[in-house]
Design a protein around this ligand. Structure first.
Ligand code: SF4
Ligand code: SF4
Length: 440
């Protein structure tokens, strides 16, 4: 069977981003396939775990994608500081002339596809573009592992994630899809009572108050923090307050632009000008505002660059939201850009970000590898929308018995989406438009 169909059947989606269905990506031709193991968000270590423990499977998945897409070159990107893992991986790829290892400097956001592609190929993805525009396909390393597992007949029912922060046992968790955050945090033993979780990394992740929230195919990390941690307070500010703060305090120093990774790439993104427009209502050319769509929401401007602790990222996010809601489609010239002259000198080391976020005390980088634990939940709640595209359609009924790996929800005919499979053996106890619950 063509790889495209296998991945569709087994529900493989991008494990490192928004969960774009992988079967759509492999249906095209590329020159280079990149395995992204950069994992630039501070405190996340699951990609490192995957490369270290499942490196052979990652490489086999990469080879499958290369065969299917006609790519002549495969690259696995990993941080240079992980020396022993790199050595191990070098042995795995020894003799494979078309596959190489690329060692990255430890800065943020080196895992951003645009930055990663530039590091590896020297080419710039055009404004508003995607890696395929310059012949590249980027897949997270866990996605590549899932490709290999799918070829062996295994649907995506588990994922590796990092649980860290205010817990006694920071760990890599192999979580069944649908396990609650509560169960995972309890497994790692919280050290305080009044905590919240940040899902994803501290830079781009979101605060989650409801600990019954289930793990999805794209949950890369659970960061447990005190409710009054500065990062939690910052991430939960209301937009009205953020705008008021900007009006009162933006001094137009332009540091947000100077350090913006997408501006440094050569794109026409000037966060300080967008702030000027929002703050003072000046009549700037409309392209300045619509270029908020070029923002990757990496958060470097709000966490590191801005001396007034303002949030150009949130302002950009809001502009995009409002313009899309008004039916506006951004237009970009697609012209090829050259990186700004100072790009190399403005790469912010991950350690400084961690420090700035006041998260260094939770970092267990020196104690690696983190212990690995597996979840064994009595119940899972599988969300019907946990990928890019439309909500999946249940194909099971209440009281039906299912085994791990059985299909429980299908992609609606002719739509973009992903199949879902049971992650435990049990009985279907609840179905609505958003979820399917299975009890052991
Ligand atoms: S860095 Fe902060 S203060 Fe300076 S221009 Fe940007 S938003 Fe305004
Ligand atoms: S979040 Fe800020 S630093 Fe990051 S791309 Fe957007 S404007 Fe630039």
């Amino acid at each position: 069977m063509a790889l495209e169909n296998v991945l569709r059947d087994m529900g493989v989606v991008g494990a490192g981003g928004a969960g774009f269905p992988t079967h759509i990506k492999v249906a095209n031709k590329y020159d280079v396939v990149i395995g992204n193991g950069a994992e630039c968000e501070p405190l996340l270590y699951n990609d490192k775990y995957v490369i270290e423990r499942q490196g052979e499977e990652v490489v086999k998945g990469l080879e499958l994608v290369m065969q299917s897409t006609g790519a002549k070159k495969g690259v696995i990107a990993l941080k240079k500081k992980y020396l022993s893992i790199a050595e191990k991986l070098k042995k795995t790829i020894a003799g494979k002339k078309n596959i190489s290892l690329f060692l990255l400097k430890d800065y943020y956001p080196v895992g951003d596809e645009f930055i990663l592609v530039q590091e590896i190929t020297g080419k710039i993805i055009p404004e508003g573009g995607i890696p395929p525009d310059i012949g590249c396909l980027v897949n997270n390393v866990e996605t590549l592992r899932n490709v290999y597992m799918a070829e062996k007949g295994n649907a995506v029912t588990r994922r590796a994630l990092t649980c860290i922060g205010e817990v006694k046992k920071p760990s890599i968790i192999i979580a069944r899809i649908g396990t609650s955050f509560r169960e995972i945090i309890n497994l790692c033993e919280p050290t305080i009572e009044d905590f919240v979780a940040i899902v994803g990394g501290p830079m781009m992740g979101k605060v989650v108050f409801d600990l019954d929230t289930p793990v999805t195919k794209i949950t890369s990390g659970i960061l447990v923090l005190p409710r009054d941690h500065p990062l939690v307070l910052k991430k939960t500010l209301r937009i009205e307050y953020i705008i008021k703060q900007s009006k009162a305090a933006c001094c137009q120093c332009s540091y947000c632009t100077d350090l913006c990774p997408r501006y440094l790439l050569g794109h026409e993104l000037y966060p300080h000008k967008i702030m000027r427009q929002i703050n003072f209502g000046l009549d700037l050319p409309y392209e300045i505002i619509q270029n908020a769509f070029l923002c990757s929401e990496c958060g470097l401007c709000e966490v590191f660059a801005c001396p007034m602790e303002l949030s150009p990222r949130i302002i950009n996010q809001k502009i995009k939201e409002n313009l899309l809601a008004a039916g506006y489609q951004p237009k970009f010239s697609g012209k090829k850009e050259n990186p700004r002259e100072l790009q190399d000198y403005r790469k912010i080391p991950s350690s400084r970000i961690k420090n700035r976020l006041r998260l260094d005390k939770y970092d267990k980088d020196g104690l690696h590898p983190l212990p690995v634990m597996e979840t064994d939940p009595d119940q899972v709640e599988i969300l019907l929308k946990q990928h890019t595209g439309v909500t999946s359609k249940p194909v099971v009924k209440i009281d039906e018995q299912v085994n791990e790996g059985d299909l429980i929800a299908e992609i609606p005919e002719g739509k973009l989406g992903a199949r879902l499979h049971a992650s435990i053996r049990g009985r279907i106890t609840y179905i609505d438009e958003e979820r399917i619950v299975i009890k052991k």
